[in-house]
Write a protein that binds this ligand. Structure first.
Ligand code: NAD
Length: 252
């Protein structure tokens, strides 16, 4: 476990999506341990119940809902109240590694609504308050798939490139208003994400690439360290980056 920085988020309210598992859970936990008030949201209620019990005594409020649905965005904003200092868009789903020749509309639409449209809507919802406060940090979770074409299927790869682009747009337009928006690009992380390959063609293409020596899979807490750094004032001069947090995979 990476050491926490005592009090780094004291007095701050941070929204974390996908907080029920993996990287989102580790991020919510670290913020709570560092004194922050966390609005933890996930589509799986039981996971949020478990998180709330584990973080008993800390400031954690939970919102159950699909981040791609507008009523979930409203519920998150209502739980957060007047002040939102940070937003970590962590929730995301894979695409069965379907290549462009095999992608179906339902998979494409679902992956884009969770990985891109949900984060856009939540960002759009928190921005007015952040702009009024002239202060706010947004961190989006991209992927190695935002950097290259060989680590997932077409929908996931396109969605993670899209969220990287959206991050830069927020940084450009709202940086002068005091908002920082950055993304992390994790390599492999030990979580519950669904990694099934639904394409024999993709398995034949991607499989051999996975045999080369890659950095070992990281713990979710390692990613939480990168995400909370970008959310914190320690990263005050960092805006619009897509930060590989992948043990060096991006240079192989
Ligand atoms: P995970 O499955 O362990 O956790 C994701 C959480 O998001 C789950 O609790 C899930 O219930 C929730 N979620 C899924 N869809 C949702 C929705 N529509 N609305 C609200 N919550 C929803 O996965 P993880 O690996 O921690 O993934 C977190 C992020 O990291 C994702 O954006 C993923 O693309 C990215 N990522 C993961 C890896 C990896 O190797 N695990 C690598 C690169 C990027």
């Amino acid at each position: 476990m990476t050491d926490t920085t005592a009090g780094r988020f004291t007095g701050k309210t941070i929204i974390v999506t996908g907080a029920g598992s993996g990287i989102g859970r580790a991020t919510a936990t670290r913020i709570a341990h560092e004194g922050g008030r966390v609005i933890a949201t996930d589509v799986v209620a039981a996971r949020l119940d478990a998180l709330r019990s584990e973080l008993d005594g800390h400031q954690v409020e939970t919102v159950v809902g699909d981040v791609s649905a507008s009523d979930t965005i409203d519920a998150i904003l209502s739980a957060a109240g007047d002040r939102v200092d940070g937003l970590a868009n962590v929730a995301g789903i894979m695409d069965g590694f379907l290549p462009p020749s095999e992608i179906d509309d339902a998979t494409w639409d679902r992956v884009f609504s969770v990985n891109v449209t949900g984060p856009m809507r939540l960002t759009r919802a928190v921005l007015p308050g952040m702009i009024a406060a002239e202060h706010g940090a947004i961190v989006n979770v991209a992927s190695e798939a935002a950097l290259r074409g060989s680590t997932a299927g077409a929908a996931y790869t396109a969605s993670k490139h899209a969220i990287a682009g959206f991050t830069k747009s927020v940084a450009f337009y709202h940086g002068p208003q005091g908002i920082r928006a950055n993304a992390v690009a994790p390599g492999a992380v030990m979580t519950n994400i669904e990694g099934t390959m639904r394409s024999d063609y993709a398995a034949g293409m991607v499989g051999p690439l996975m045999q080369v020596v890659l950095p070992p899979a990281a713990a979710p807490e390692t990613l939480a360290a990168s995400i909370t750094w970008l959310l914190s004032d320690d990263a005050a001069n960092v805006n619009g980056v897509v930060l590989p947090s992948d043990g060096g995979w991006s240079v192989i």
